[in-house]
Design a protein around this ligand. Structure first.
Ligand code: NBX
Length: 801
């Protein structure tokens, strides 16, 4: 046994206790799973102490609490987070080593909690981390999906989906709260009786709470993520069972559970399905009840609600929380409608995450009225009140036979925010133009951020250690301190260390890809990475077209002085989004041909890694040299991957879209590869009917790459497979892939040239790290606390430094 400190041997003892008494195993027979569970419980015990203390303090101080309602929380793994935030990394490592166990292997055994699709869900997870780190009393509310985002694999290059089953093994981080249950309803009638209106639903269901503690940096504060699971009101019909109809006897429970069964895999697309609306109401209504119950336990004047409660709607999915709160205050508690609406308005705020028209939630009013008849009436009254206040501009949430959740959220909310400066401006100019004119102070900007604990400190140990060696460790909770790195960047020896860290991260990725996928990547090449959901506006097809053109050019001149590149893609496409799935297949087909080409493979490799998720991102981002942020300007609301890459020392090739604009301002234009049209140029260019043909005509490289799609170069067994992609780009090209191609090519050759000067490149990359401090989600959350919620940190000032 290795010699260990007192702390380590104490921890070793609790690990052994849990292995023995929680898992019922002895060290000789324990599997990785047993060790991971024992470790999780040992860590959890320590988290709970902080959690209970924070909860107690929140009640005692009785300040304003923040409630973050989100249909998605893409939290990923939790064990390492807990260990790191408790500052126990070393003792855990030593304790495990004393049993001959490798910590990394145990950590990698944990499945990802994939309760989200993409940016919106991951942002919610970063916010939870920052809320706890800052010590803002807060609670996240969402759905405990039994099946998270589907698993992706490839068969003949095509995406195949299979169910995700994270809850099939015990989940050590949650606490079931059988005593916290609310009965909710759907359907039925609205009754008017004795001068009062009330709703009598016909279908009842229960929401049961499951709590996960969210510990902040250094364990100073801990909040709760409360997820709701569907349960039947009468789980089992004994009468039916006794009569022999066993299936029918259990039917209630099965039906009730479907409500929290699966996460809808639509990202930036409205699903429009009845079950989805039920899910939205289910978790919003349960959360509102829970918030009111907690408020009532300490106050007896409901008019104080806006002083004590700030509710944040993460996009429009929880928008029904507004009418539901109004309904309870008016119908159940007897407040006048005006007063009910005023209190609701004082509590609610709404974040918009996309301007894509197909993502703006709208419900057919017949479907809506069938499930939520009283809420439809309440929405009409909200509209009436709004109209009364602004009779000259009739703007309503219900119109054209639809309930418009964006308009509803805007009208009900106290503050409405966009997620980057550009996006917030575009909100004012486009989707919310008229409402903004009526309420010019309502829209504010809160540029997104990412948690530096997960996205630098934990995922990139090499860089984290180098930074701490150079400027101390306060940067982890005060990311702007990274600026202090700037003088070191001038020091050749420091820069060599910085380069060595990147090289080691790339080597680790190369090893992982070799083990997991049997592919040997060239670790001396530039690692060029695009990882995000598959979507035409994100333009993975622009990236692969450029790769095709590049490959063709290398083949023309195989002895040229090329800069070696490995192009890495990862991302999932929504099941029904066929065009996006075809782009995945195209990339896989290009990969097959190009990687096998002896004439070019030293210079260009292409790989699409399956099943992109949070933990894969944690491996890829630290190893990136180049970050692809190439959306059509005006379409990506913010992006957060872009921030993670810059923070980990990758250079960006990108358009002036979303938060790229602010990243470029912060890191400096010399340290960012800009290309492409601006948002207003995009709108103008689209008016030209032949924009794509003109671009193709003007650029023989583009024409040739498109021809390779048409002539079956990448699908000889099925030559017509990609003709429709070429046709789409030639004849329609809504996202202006062709129009931006030539400038993208130019930027990529500048990237090549810069990469050939390793010292210059390293300096630029290090400046990206030093100047990315502003993109911490701690800064974002402070912005929300001050501009939107009026909430304060409960961590005593003295212990903050
Ligand atoms: O939210 C994403 C944006 O696309 C990113 O630019 C941004 O960084 C991120 C965090 O703010 N949006 C997203 O993930 N989903 C949606 O916006 C969405 C909206 C409505 C809907 C489904 C998804 N029905």
């Amino acid at each position: 046994m290795v010699r260990t400190s007192r702390k380590t041997s104490d921890f070793r003892e609790s690990l052994l206790q849990h292995l023995t008494y929680t898992m019922g195993k002895d060290p000789e027979h324990a599997q990785f799973f047993d060790w991971r569970m024992a470790l999780s419980h040992a860590i959890r015990d320590r988290i709970v102490d902080h959690w209970v203390a924070s909860t107690r303090e929140t009640y005692e101080i009785d300040g304003k609490r923040v409630y973050y309602l989100s249909m998605e929380f893409l939290i990923g793994r939790l064990l390492e987070d807990g260990i790191v935030n408790l500052g126990m990394y070393q003792e855990v490592q030593e304790a495990l080593a004393s049993f001959d166990m490798d910590m990394r292997t145990i950590l990698d055994d944990e499945p990802d909690a994939a309760l989200g699709n993409g940016g919106l869900g991951r942002l919610a997870a970063c916010f939870l981390d920052s809320l706890s780190t800052i010590g803002c009393p807060a609670m996240g509310y969402g759905i405990r999906y039994e099946n998270g985002l589907f698993k992706q694999s490839f068969v003949d290059g095509r995406q195949v989906e299979s169910p995700e089953t994270w809850l099939q093994e015990p989940h050590p981080w949650e606490f079931e709260r059988p005593e916290v249950r609310f009965t909710l309803g759907f359907g039925g009638d609205v009754i008017f009786e004795n001068g009062r209106t009330f709703w009598r639903p016909s279908e009842l269901i229960q929401a049961e709470a499951f709590d996960t503690p969210i510990i902040g940096w250094q364990g100073r504060w801990s909040n709760t993520l409360r997820l709701w699971a569907g349960r039947a009101v009468d789980p089992f019909d004994l009468g039916l069972f006794n009569s022999g109809d066993f299936a029918a006897a259990a039917e209630h429970e099965a039906l009730a559970r479907t409500i929290s069964r699966v996460l809808y895999p639509e990202d930036s697309n409205e699903a429009g399905k009845e079950l989805r609306l039920k899910q939205e109401f289910f978790f919003s209504a349960a959360s509102i009840r829970d918030i009111l119950r907690r408020f009532d336990s300490a106050h007896d004047d409901i008019r104080l609600l806006p002083q004590k409660v700030a509710i944040q709607l993460n996009d429009t999915h929880p928008a029904i929380a507004g009418p539901e709160l109004c309904r309870i205050l008016h119908d159940e508690r007897g407040l006048s409608f005006e007063e009910a609406l005023e209190i609701t308005h004082g509590c609610m705020n709404y974040t918009n995450h996309t301007l894509l028209p197909e993502a703006l939630e709208r419900w057919d009013e017949r479907l809506f009225g069938r499930l939520l008849p009283r809420h439809l009436q309440i929405i009409d009254r909200i509209d009436d009140a709004h109209y009364k206040a602004h009779p000259n501009r009739p703007l309503s949430a219900r119109s054209d036979g639809q309930v418009k959740m964006g308009e509803l959220s805007f009208i009900v909310a106290n503050k409405v925010n966009g997620v980057s400066a550009l996006h917030t401006d575009l909100m004012k100019q486009t989707v919310f133009k008229d409402l903004h004119a009526l309420h010019p102070d309502r829209i504010v900007n809160e540029t997104n951020g990412v948690t530096p604990r997960r996205w630098l400190h934990s995922c990139n140990h090499g860089l984290s250690d180098l930074i701490t060696d150079t400027i101390g460790d306060e940067w982890v909770a005060d990311l702007e301190q990274l600026q202090k790195l700037e003088p070191a960047i001038e020091d050749k020896a420091w820069l060599d260390r910085f380069r060595a860290v990147k090289a080691a991260n790339k080597k680790a990725l190369v090893d992982y890809v070799a083990t997991a996928h049997g592919i040997k990547l060239n670790e001396n090449a530039m690692f060029d990475i695009q990882i995000k959901r598959m979507h035409e506006y994100k333009r993975q097809h622009l990236n692969i077209l450029e790769a095709i053109a590049h490959w063709q050019e290398i083949k023309d001149n195989p002895n040229g002085d090329w800069t070696p590149r490995v192009k890495i893609f990862a991302g999932k496409a929504a099941q029904g989004y066929h065009f996006a799935k075809d782009i995945i297949r195209l990339i896989n087909d290009v990969s097959k041909l190009v990687n096998a080409d002896a004439a070019t493979r030293d210079y260009l490799q292409v790989i699409f890694l399956p099943n992109y998720n949070v933990s894969l991102a944690e491996r890829l981002i630290p190893a990136a040299d180049l970050s692809e942020q190439i959306s059509t300007a005006g379409k990506e609301a913010s992006g957060t991957g872009n921030m993670k890459f810059a923070l980990n020392g990758a250079l960006t090739v990108g358009t002036l879209d979303g938060a790229n604009v602010e990243i470029r301002e912060h890191v400096g234009e010399d340290n960012f590869f800009l290309f492409g049209m601006l948002a207003d140029e995009v709108m103008q260019r689209r008016m030209m009917h032949d924009h794509a043909q003109q671009a193709i005509h003007a650029d023989p490289r583009l024409a040739r790459a498109l021809n390779a799609l048409r002539d079956g170069t990448f699908s000889p067994e099925d030559p017509g497979r990609y003709a429709h992609i070429a046709d789409n780009l030639t004849w329609s090209d809504y996202f202006l892939v062709c129009s931006d191609f030539t400038d993208y090519w130019r930027a990529q050759r500048e990237v090549d040239a810069a990469y050939r000067q390793p010292e210059k490149w390293a300096k630029m990359a290090a400046l990206n790290v030093a100047r990315s401090g502003w993109f911490s989600s701690d800064r974002t959350i402070r912005g929300y606390m001050c501009d939107i919620w009026g909430a304060e940190s409960l961590i005593p000032q003295k212990s903050k430094s």
